[in-house]
Write a protein that binds this ligand. Structure first.
Ligand SMILES: Cc1cc2nc3c(=O)[nH]c(=O)nc-3n(C[C@H](O)[C@H](O)[C@H](O)COP(=O)(O)OP(=O)(O)OC[C@H]3O[C@@H](n4cnc5c(N)ncnc54)[C@H](O)[C@@H]3O)c2cc1C
Length: 202
């Protein structure tokens, strides 16, 4: 394989070179003049699996994300349970309304399903059988679940929901990042589509 520059758009090159500033002169020299394999060896010395090395790190990070976002969703539900039981409207707590209870129940369902998904993923990981596509599915599902709950919780807090004093809007804003980094929802969907069909649609 020739110099990696030929495979990267000018914008990406600029972004990548800024990142490379953090590296030593040796890495930059390998990037400009060497083969892609030599560059990888300079950045990841001793790696015998090339790009699989950083990609496998991403798989581990995504596994962690599947658990982290569950905590965010739980925090939103927890605050919502307090709020809806203490906020009194027309002589009764907000939580006494069927529509509120249905939304709370839906949140509990989403959190429980996500917990079971991550738990099973952890079991597969311990057994050395966790596949990156399974992690994609869990990252997609759990981030979407948590973001939907944070947004819905923000709405159920009424006007208070737009205040950073309450956790849902803080988690919602953070989850907008989490659903993007480590692969957007679309990319994880395409990964699963490829697994199902055998066709790479990227
Ligand atoms: C807060 C934050 C922290 C980050 N931290 C890091 C970090 O520490 N390390 C790191 O390496 N990166 C980091 N990122 C970058 C992150 O991983 C990328 O932003 C993310 O993977 C999306 O890539 P992109 O921005 O290049 O979007 P693009 O790839 O340009 O995608 C733009 C849009 O097009 C969609 N899309 C892309 N390709 C296709 C396709 N083939 N078909 C259909 N739709 C497509 C995407 O889903 C997205 O909606 C971070 C991002 C954020 C927001």
């Amino acid at each position: 394989m020739s110099n990696p520059m030929s495979r990267i758009s000018p914008e990406r090159q600029q972004h990548f070179l800024q990142s490379l500033d953090a590296f030593s002169k040796d890495h930059r020299a390998a990037y400009w003049s060497g083969t892609f394999a030599e560059f990888l060896e300079s950045v990841l010395p001793g790696s015998t699996i090339g790009l699989k090395a950083p990609l496998s790190c991403l798989t581990q990070a995504r596994f962690g994300i599947t658990w982290g976002v569950i905590g965010a969703a739980q925090a939103c539900l927890s605050q919502l349970l307090d709020y809806t039981q203490t906020r009194v409207l027309f002589g009764r707590p907000l939580a006494a309304n069927q529509a509120i209870q249905i939304r709370l129940a839906a949140m509990a369902r989403g959190i429980t399903c996500a917990q079971l998904l991550s738990l099973q993923l952890g079991r597969l990981k311990d057994a050395g059988r966790m596949h990156p596509t399974q992690v994609s599915l869990a990252k997609w599902n759990n981030c979407r679940m948590a973001l939907d709950i944070a947004r819905d919780a923000r709405d159920m807090l009424g006007g208070s929901g737009i205040s950073a004093e309450y956790v849902p809007i803080r988690h919602a804003l953070n989850l907008e990042s989490v659903i993007t980094y480590e692969g957007t929802e679309t990319i994880h969907q395409l990964t699963i589509g490829r697994e199902l069909t055998g066709i790479n649609a990227f």
